[in-house]
Ligand binder design. Structure first.
Ligand SMILES: NC(=O)c1ccc[n+]([C@@H]2O[C@H](COP(=O)([O-])OP(=O)(O)OC[C@H]3O[C@@H](n4cnc5c(N)ncnc54)[C@H](O)[C@@H]3O)[C@@H](O)[C@H]2O)c1
Length: 259
């Protein structure tokens, strides 16, 4: 299919919304989705940065919309989806990417309670509430693909990461539930589960925390770049994965395969 910009692409004709699109994996996915011909709504709490990205993608011929959005605040999410509806009229792909672990995470005894709720609010509630507002727009499209950023931490115990582990465990369970609940409407829901990805944030953790360095050394193939996660997201967003739902795609350099 030809894109609006006149290029063929694996996502030509699709309308996609990516949360946390201003940096890291979200940004790489936005760039790649646009290059594959999707119209992309870039949602992020960092409004100016996402606006800058939207402007530069538009210059290269893509259809883009910058959406300032705080995924922890339902009113902000609802307003962003209303703008999306007014601009594009429907949604084909939602990538729930905003989130991430923090250096303030600890085990259940040592962690500050507020850090637990921060992780739950951004990763789990953010995913939940974006799905709540995206699915009615996917119904207008006659189906859709939800891509949730999970983590190896949802499947294996990690030392000192009890808030993040709980949040990503919730995201993973929710993703599977959505797959079952909405399959009859042609709405798919899948997880990408990295170990560590060489985003700017992770590179900072690697410099600052020896436990992270040890974990990283167990990635047999080394760390994937954000662009490699974006490539997996393109597959899940496209009709190439039309019969895949409820799946967890590990992108962890073989870490979870090793004893
Ligand atoms: N980087 C990794 O090693 C790694 C590994 C496994 C899973 N993941 C997951 O991938 C996703 C992206 O990670 P990353 O490393 O690219 O993160 P990042 O910190 O580089 O980017 C996150 C983006 O989300 C935005 N954001 C933060 N809070 C927000 C909110 N409340 N509302 C809207 N936007 C918000 C930030 O402004 C930023 O642009 C996260 O869900 C993370 O848990 C990352």
């Amino acid at each position: 299919m030809m894109t609006e910009a006149g290029k063929a692409g694996r996502l030509a004709g699709k309308i996609a919304l990516i949360t946390g699109a201003a940096a890291g994996i979200g940004r790489a996915s936005a760039v790649r989705f646009a290059a594959e011909g999707a119209a992309v709504a870039l949602a992020d709490i960092d409004g100016p940065r996402v606006q800058q990205l939207a402007d530069s993608l538009r210059e290269s011929g893509a259809s883009c919309l910058a959406l300032p959005m705080d995924v922890t605040d339902e009113a902000s999410v609802a307003a962003a989806f209303e703008r999306l509806h007014a601009e594009y009229g429907r949604l084909d792909v939602l990538m729930n990417n905003a989130g991430g672990s923090s250096m303030n995470d600890r085990n259940v005894v040592d962690i500050e309670i507020e850090e637990f709720w921060r992780a739950i609010r951004v990763d789990l509630f953010g995913t939940f509430v974006c799905c709540r507002h995206a699915i009615p727009l996917m119904r207008l499209a006659g189906g859709g693909s939800i891509i949730n950023m999970g983590s190896i931490s949802a499947h294996r115990g990690l030392v000192g990461r009890d808030a993040y582990t709980a949040a990503k465990g919730g995201v993973t369970a929710l993703s599977r539930s959505l797959a079952v609940e909405f399959a009859a409407e042609g709405i798919r829901s899948n997880i990408i589960a990295p170990g560590a990805v060489s985003s700017e944030r992770m590179e900072r953790f690697i410099r600052e925390d020896e436990r992270v360095r040890n974990a990283v050394s167990r990635h047999l193939l080394g760390l994937p770049a954000p662009e490699e996660v974006a490539a997996t997201a393109v597959f899940l967003a496209s009709d190439e994965s039309a019969h895949m739902t409820g799946a967890v795609l590990a992108l962890d350099g073989g870490r979870s395969a090793a004893a």
